[in-house]
Design a protein. Structure first.
Length: 340
């Protein structure tokens, strides 16, 4: 956001501009300090990335990412129905106040350009750019309605020249009122106004129609969604385990933390040696270890642990599953700290 901020304050006097930029930079530093401290403490360097996805950024990804994002951006449930308003908003905003338009353009283009370098980019990654795009789209809706209304008013100076096709006979007579067709021409012009306003209301509704109907449709299972019985299963986990317990899972670690209020870990990302080291540390800290068999990762860990520890199944829970479980789906295991 640094470039849009610079563009926004560039018209100010030099002293005032520098003062504003220094305040903005200091505020950004204050916000970033906790994250920089976290990286320094846990990664050894305040600039070290915490994700391995840095390897997915490359100039060669720009064109494939642009093609994939364009397809999704133009989908009906994104901006496909709103593109005419967005284009008109860009045109009018640039014409009416180029300074403010430059801020919005820099906002969208700089962040969008950064995302194009990412090979695994998704449309949801563009959420930081959406406010600027939505502002331009809304501006286009309002500006188009106003321009068409001004054009349709009696004897208006048209803000936008009519295309030559619309000035040809007989359309010229209908639209300009020449040759005694004034009443009919006014009717046509106000019909165009009504159609414009109708489309400005209809297109957003077309975009959101599936979302609007969703509360009235059967529930669809999506990531993070739990049924009532599944929600109760996490209360069972809280009742079956002491507060100091740590619980392994495939991808139910979020609900376990949120609903059961228990510490979690994901053994699938660790080697067998790392898993054994973790369990040894938990044994030293006198913290009981449990495993929720909710996917392929936990099934693999369970098979490995069965050769080293004593496993006792204490419950079978109705929880969301992530991949095939080779035993009993949702089995909840207590891991004995005494190695075999």
């Amino acid at each position: 956001m640094a470039l849009p901020i610079v563009v926004a304050v560039w018209p100010l006097p030099r002293r005032e501009r520098l003062r504003f930029l220094m305040i903005a930079a200091a505020a950004a530093l204050v916000v970033a300090l906790p994250d920089l401290w976290y990286h320094q403490i846990y990664f050894g360097n305040w600039l070290a990335p915490e994700s391995e996805e840095l390897a997915l950024f490359a100039w060669s990804s720009v064109l494939p990412s642009a093609a994939a994002l364009s397809q999704r951006f133009l989908a009906g449930n994104e901006f496909g129905y709103l593109i005419p308003f967005l284009l008109y908003g860009i045109y009018r905003a640039a014409r009416d106040d180029f300074g403010e338009f430059a801020v919005l353009a820099a906002w969208a283009l700089v962040l969008g350009g950064f995302h194009l370098l990412y090979a695994a980019v998704k449309i949801r990654d563009l959420l930081p750019e959406y406010p600027a795009v939505i502002l331009l789209t809304a501006y286009g809706m309002v500006a188009l309605a106003r321009d068409v209304s001004a054009w349709a008013a009696p004897h208006p100076p048209p803000p936008i020249p009519l295309p030559p096709l619309l000035l040809a006979t007989p359309l010229r007579t209908w639209l300009t009122g020449e040759g005694g067709g004034g009443a009919r021409g006014r009717g046509v012009r106000w019909a165009v106004v009504a159609l414009t306003i109708f489309l400005a209301l209809l297109m957003p509704a077309m975009r959101d129609r599936l979302t609007i109907l969703r509360p009235f449709q059967p529930a669809k299972v999506t990531f993070g969604y739990v049924m009532q019985a599944q929600r109760a299963a996490f209360d069972q986990i809280a009742a079956l385990t002491p507060p100091e317990a740590v619980i392994g899972s495939t991808m139910n670690d979020g609900p376990i933390d949120l609903y059961a209020r228990r510490a979690t870990f994901r053994p699938g990302a660790w080697t067998a040696e790392e898993q054994a080291r973790f369990i040894a540390i938990m044994q030293h800290e006198k913290r009981p270890v449990y495993l929720l068999d909710d996917g392929a990762e936990t099934s693999a860990a369970r098979r490995e642990w069965a050769t080293r520890y004593t496993l006792r199944r204490i419950a079978v829970l109705d929880v969301p599953l992530f991949g095939e479980v080779d035993g009993t789906p949702g089995a909840f295991w207590e891991i004995s700290m005494i190695a075999r």
